[in-house]
Design a protein around this ligand. Structure first.
Ligand code: 5RP
Length: 218
């Protein structure tokens, strides 16, 4: 099975976590897109969705799935989204698509975070995938210098502006041995809006698409 088939497998498997009569959070990226397409088949079961990006909101609406503002939705029963990397402890790197800030907000507002990923995303140590950081534009150089002090190599994501009007620095050459600690440290640097480490609030369930089928890690 190729990577896309594995993504589709876990996207379909995530439908099991959709509770009837609730509002659910929906992530961003190619795996989340497959979940949105699968969700369309059972859209009558839910009260609506909150999207983690403009792109996902558009895709949900194109299927006739209601999209609500988070402020009007209250607590979400579940958040379903992909990841760029995951450890077996369900600590994640996210933000390859640049939607990390809204992803972290919507994940935080959900009772359960179900991460869907193909097997290539499972790693022993986070950091081979460059760590995305959303930064206020005026703080770019200052934040970059602070990141160099921490041993990283920040690279500006060219021609990219987030849904919130900010920039992304992708940090190369990090070996993230303690994701909770590094997430907290980076959160403390002025000018950083969001760090793409999801470890302080990790996923609750990882549905991993493998050649032997869906593996569920909790
Ligand atoms: C977007 C994300 C995505 O979840 C992550 O990049 C994985 O994407 P894909 O499902 O396309 O592999 O964090 O900001």
């Amino acid at each position: 099975m190729d990577q896309n088939a594995l993504k589709k497998l876990v996207a379909e498997a995530a439908l099991e976590y959709v509770e009837a009569g609730t509002v659910i959070g929906v992530g961003t990226g190619s795996t989340a897109n497959m979940f949105i397409d699968a969700l369309a088949r059972i859209k009558g079961k839910i009260d609506g969705t909150v999207a983690s990006s403009v792109a996902s909101a558009e895709r949900l609406k194109s299927h006739g799935i209601p999209v609500l503002d988070l402020n009007a939705a209250g607590e979400l029963s579940v958040y379903v989204d992909g990841a760029d990397e995951s450890t077996k402890h369900l600590h994640l790197i996210k933000g390859g698509g640049g939607a990390l800030t809204r992803e972290k907000i919507v994940a935080g507002a959900a009772r359960k975070f179900v991460c869907i990923a193909d097997a290539s995303k499972l790693v022993d140590v986070l950091g081979a995938f460059p760590l995305p950081i959303e930064v206020i534009p005026m703080a770019r150089s200052f934040v970059a210098r602070e990141l160099v002090k921490l041993g990283g190599t920040p690279v500006l994501r060219e021609n990219f502006t987030t849904d919130n009007g900010n920039i992304i620095l992708d940090i190369h050459n990090l070996k993230i041995m303690d994701p909770v600690k590094l997430e907290a440290e980076l959160n403390n640097i002025p000018g950083i809006v969001t760090v793409g480490i999801f470890a302080i609030r990790p996923a609750d369930v990882l549905l991993l698409g493998t050649k032997d089928g869906v593996k569920t890690l909790t």
